[in-house]
Write a protein that binds this ligand. Structure first.
Ligand code: HEC
Ligand code: HEC
Length: 291
């Protein structure tokens, strides 16, 4: 009996220590782990990265309209306060120009900064965590071709206790459903391509999947429709049960399916102009299979 008790005390102390270590010293992705996951002879390609940049909608949040750089766009207003997307331009001091590949991949797949801070999930790393390391390095190569913006990121303006970054670590432990993406060998290549885009860089679930009271996406109701991001805006409709044509039209600037005022418009413009039609088809194949 006593032994069992000691076992429990030691086990819970260890579990507590593990949680604390995760919160305070989150692990990073190492250069070795990255090298192990890249195809032989991999070379980052900024042209490939530009497509991924549009697929990921980075400009929707990070493009500053006044300077047209990636200095950080309009605040995301939420009930917890305002989030300011960071400067992700190549500026070495204020942007991410000085970041290593491991810094960037750790930010995108773990939601952890170079100094070991936990990012807020307003930065949709829960989805981006499913992107391949090769795609993330193409994306980084593209980001480095953008103009440098020598202006500091604006700090978020959040109310207590949401202004404590450690809370994001706790949130990740309890609620976050993160990558990597696991292809389904029973499905076609096209289906897997669609599943990959939708669930990784596409971050479609950010708007189209309902959330629980902890703001985590409800895994049991994928793409069942989400609440509006901003008050007064339209919520995102459900994507399950749609016909193939409706999905294709939603990604086509000229189909008139999406209003210019909606949060989707940015997505539609990006996909229409910068993402190959074969990828639109793949997205439709995947989403219609969920019906
Ligand atoms: C829905 C809005 C949104 C989208 C879309 C988005 N981000 Fe962000 N991003 C943010 C916010 C907000 C932060 C700041 C998070 C914080 O303060 O914890 C951020 C932070 C970052 C950071 C950390 C920067 C730093 O200085 O620490 C990187 C890197 C980043 N984003 C890259 C990207 C890339 C690349 C894309 C596109 C694939 C992207 N983001 C798309 C909102 C967004
Ligand atoms: C920033 C939030 C946001 C993101 C991210 C987003 N959507 Fe949407 N989506 C919306 C909103 C809001 C609408 C409603 C637009 C309207 O009615 O004008 C919409 C509409 C649509 C429609 C039209 C549905 C219909 O019934 O006609 C399709 C299709 C669609 N989205 C697919 C996607 C796909 C695929 C992705 C990921 C690549 C995605 N969306 C990412 C917010 C978003």
């Amino acid at each position: 009996m006593k032994r069992i008790l000691i076992f429990f005390v030691v086990a819970s102390a260890l579990a507590g220590a593990a949680i604390l270590a995760f919160l305070l010293f989150p692990s990073r992705i190492s250069e070795e782990e990255i090298a192990a996951r890249l195809p032989a002879g991999f070379q980052p390609d900024a042209g490939e990265g530009e497509i991924l940049f549009h697929m990921g909608g980075c400009a929707a949040c990070h493009r500053d309209e006044a300077t047209s750089t990636l200095a950080g766009g309009a605040p995301l207003e939420t009930p917890f306060g305002d989030f300011y997307p960071s400067n992700i331009s190549p500026d070495p001091k204020y942007g991410i120009g000085g970041w290593s590949d491991a810094d960037f991949i750790t930010a995108m797949v773990k939601g952890v900064s170079p100094s070991g801070q936990h990012y807020y999930p307003a930065f949709p790393y829960t989805s981006y965590s499913r992107a391949t390391y090769a795609d993330l390095l193409h994306l980084k190569a593209y980001l480095m071709t953008e103009a440098a913006a020598p202006t500091p990121s604006r700090p978020n303006d959040l109310s207590f206790p949401f202004n404590i970054r450690l809370g994001n670590g706790m949130w990740k432990l309890l609620f976050a459903d993160m990558g990597p993406f696991e292809p389904d060998p029973g499905q076609s290549d096209e289906w897997n391509r669609g599943a990959y885009i939708v669930n990784s860089l596409g971050h479609c679930s950010m708007c189209h999947t309902p959330r629980n009271i902890f703001q985590a996406e409800k895994k049991s109701q994928p793409f069942a429709g989400g609440a509006p991001l901003k008050e007064g805006q339209k919520g995102a409709p459900k994507l399950v049960g749609l016909k193939r044509d409706s999905i294709i039209n939603g990604l086509d600037e000229f189909a008139g399916a999406v209003s210019e005022k909606s949060a989707m418009y940015h997505v539609t413009i990006s996909y229409s102009n910068n993402v190959p039609l074969s990828d639109h088809d793949a997205i439709a194949t995947y989403l219609t299979s969920l019906n």
